[in-house]
Design a protein around this ligand. Structure first.
Ligand SMILES: [Zn+2]
Length: 92
């Protein structure tokens, strides 16, 4: 079991969350101007480090908010995220 620290609800079991993938993936400012290869890289290619990785999670069974955590992919130990983007909320 992995405990994930929701910034609003506190640490909860991983089954309450949905994984959102790598954090801070920047969409091209003008998607029409990038090459097909660059667009494919944006859509499909993500880092896959052995170690600390910054990723997005949604507390789907709780407050339903998105937030960022850092997780060590070797141990699944969840570390505090940088304070600058820790609780960035997506309102959709
Ligand atoms: Zn929550």
């Amino acid at each position: 079991m992995m405990l994930i620290p929701c910034p609003w609800c506190g640490p909860r079991n991983e089954i309450e969350f949905h994984y959102g993938g790598q954090a801070d993936v920047h969409c091209p400012d003008d998607p029409q101007s990038v090459s097909d290869a660059d667009w494919a890289t944006f859509l499909f290619f993500r880092d896959n480090p052995k170690g600390v990785f910054t990723e997005r999670w949604s507390h789907a069974s709780g407050c339903r908010r998105w937030f960022t955590v850092r997780r060590d992919t070797r141990t699944n130990r969840v570390l505090p995220a940088d304070s600058t983007n820790h609780a960035r909320t997506v309102t959709t």
